[in-house]
Design a protein around this ligand. Structure first.
Ligand code: HEM
Length: 511
């Protein structure tokens, strides 16, 4: 036998021995933890599930497909997908373990690499010490009164109202909400809105001096980059395959715009001329660091995390309100009772809280259409999850290092055993009967990585609904398709594939 063959044989032998010894030690560990096997979906390699999933992606019904699989194979089960085994669960106890009680046993996996070209190193993409630092830098900005300062939204809502057709014709309110949240988020973050609801002639100097040229150009580049990131997320470990020139160009253009704002903030800090009293997120952050890349990455992480999600919540709220006239009427009644119909009357965070029913309507839209419907984590070490094992699914299950664990908030929010037989029906009154929910209700995630912008988002959505209800007394569903559930298109967050076509007008206003 030649030395080369001997060496190769030795390597293979050592590898097999290590593999067997790891298998045995994992079995022993699983036994010590009381783990039992999880239910398995049929198939060992997972070609058929992969085909089903890609087909469902094309048909924009993959979120529903995953929900159906829980009904078929159990609320926690294992499935093979192209030779890789993953665990998927909608058990609140397991989700709580992943996100909170066993936080350090899980990480984001390849998310950082998938998002890096656009987002760099930020709170949304980092794990470990980097994440702790990024979150620590941002958290104080979200606990400030500024998050509750709603006055800056007023102009943006007026721009939105101006874009609602005066002649009562049909329009897609989702498109307007995506513009609204881009304008308001950039205003909140940079102190100046990109103004995509305004005529191009009113575009800010920062945009005119950059490659995007105007607000629509910025929105286009940002959305294009997000679309590529979505494809990289779907490609999982093969994300690096997806790196077209268009993606690189879009990232460069977006970075150029943000860098302009960062430059202005750092200059104003250097000259100490930031005393005009206005709160600007970026300026407040620049007080903590001079690092332009850290500032750019932080801004982009928040813009990405906060813009589409809030637009999605508003779109879903109007999707359901247009189909539930009783809810529209009751909510509008309560809003007018509290604020009257003066669209200039002051609205505060505290006064919004007085309208409980508004919160219930938003809760219900977030329950049925959570903007982040499916998520996953990767095990950082061998560990276990509390339920899903054995015949009755009540025993712990073993999770090996590197294993992906998926959870669908969308499916968990529709479990009839948790929410009642009418779980898939839009009924805000259910929150009146039971306003408190635990880990079975998770639109904003939970644990140490809970959404930083939750209060900001709820304030913005509430304020928008109030102002629109003050302006308009009539909302009509104008969807040509008779459907009670939207067709979902998950970019990075959920949106409505066919838009949300409505008519919105005031009967007091003559045609
Ligand atoms: C209805 C609107 C929103 C929903 C449903 C939502 C939901 C979520 C969810 C589910 C996560 C966890 C993602 C993960 O860990 O995998 C998250 C994280 C985050 N959200 Fe939101 N979000 C919303 C609005 C906002 C807004 C308006 C902002 C900022 C202005 C924001 C900032 C963030 C940040 C910075 C994180 C990362 C937190 C971390 O990993 O430590 N979100 N959000």
């Amino acid at each position: 036998m030649s030395p080369a063959i001997f060496l190769a044989g030795l390597c293979v032998g050592v590898f097999i021995l290590q593999w067997i010894s790891q298998l045995i030690s994992r079995r022993q560990q699983a036994k010590t933890w009381g783990c039992k096997p999880a239910h398995r979906a049929p198939g060992t390699i997972g070609i058929a599930p992969f085909y089903r999933l890609t087909k469902a992606f094309r048909e924009k019904r993959w979120i529903e497909l995953i929900a159906d699989e829980y009904a078929r194979y159990g609320t926690t089960h294992k499935q093979a997908l192209l030779g890789k085994d993953y665990i998927t669960t909608i058990e609140p106890d397991n989700v709580k373990a992943i996100l909170a009680t066993q936080f350090n046993d899980f990480c984001l996996g390849v998310r950082h690499a998938q998002f890096y070209p656009l987002l760099g190193d930020g709170v949304f993409t980092l794990d470990g010490a980097g994440w702790t630092h990024a979150r620590g830098l941002l958290r104080p900005q979200f606990s400030r009164e500024q998050v509750a300062d709603l006055s800056m939204l007023n102009d943006h809502i007026s721009h939105l109202v101006n874009l609602v057709p005066q002649d009562r014709s049909v329009f897609d309110v989702q498109q307007l909400f995506f513009m609204l949240t881009l304008d308001s988020a950039t205003h909140f973050l940079f102190g100046e809105s990109v103004g995509c609801m305004l005529p191009p002639s009113q575009t800010s100097g920062v945009l005119q001096n950059s490659a995007v040229g105007n607000a629509k150009g910025f929105a286009h580049s940002f959305e294009l980059a997000q679309g590529c990131i979505r494809d990289r997320v779907i490609a999982q470990n093969l994300y690096w395959f997806i790196n077209p020139q268009g993606f690189k160009d879009a990232n460069r253009k977006v970075h150029e715009v943000i860098d302009h704002y960062v430059h202005i903030a750092l200059e104003s800090k250097r000259k100490a001329d930031s005393t005009d009293g206005r709160y600007i997120f970026l300026r407040a952050l620049a007080a903590e660091t001079d690092d332009p890349k850290l500032l750019r990455d932080s801004m982009l992480n928040i813009l990405l995390a906060g813009r589409d999600t809030t637009a999605s919540l508003l779109s879903s709220t109007f999707f359901y309100l247009a189909r539930h006239q009783k809810v529209w009427t009751r909510l509008r009644g309560e809003i007018l009772k509290e604020f009257g119909d003066d669209t200039q009357a002051e609205i505060t965070h505290a006064s919004l809280k007085n309208i409980r029913y508004l919160r219930y309507v938003l809760n219900e839209a977030l329950r049925l259409q959570p903007p982040v419907p499916v998520n996953f984590r990767v095990a950082t070490q061998d560990t276990s999850l509390p339920v899903g094992g054995g015949e009755d699914g009540q025993s712990p299950i073993f999770v090996k290092k590197g294993q992906q664990v998926y959870y669908s908030v969308f499916a968990m929010h529709r479990r009839t055993d948790l929410w009642g037989e009418d779980a898939s029906i839009f009924r805000p009154e259910r929150w009146e009967e039971n306003a408190k929910h635990g880990w079975e209700y998770l639109p904003f995630n939970g644990g140490p990585r809970i959404c930083l912008g939750q209060q900001y988002a709820l304030n913005e959505a509430s304020y928008t609904v109030v102002r629109l209800m003050q302006h308009f007394d009539t909302l009509e569903n104008a969807d040509p398709h008779p459907r009670t559930e939207p067709i979902k298109l998950s970019n990075l967050t959920m949106s409505h594939e066919l838009g949300v076509p409505i008519r919105l007008y005031s009967t007091k206003q003559a045609l």
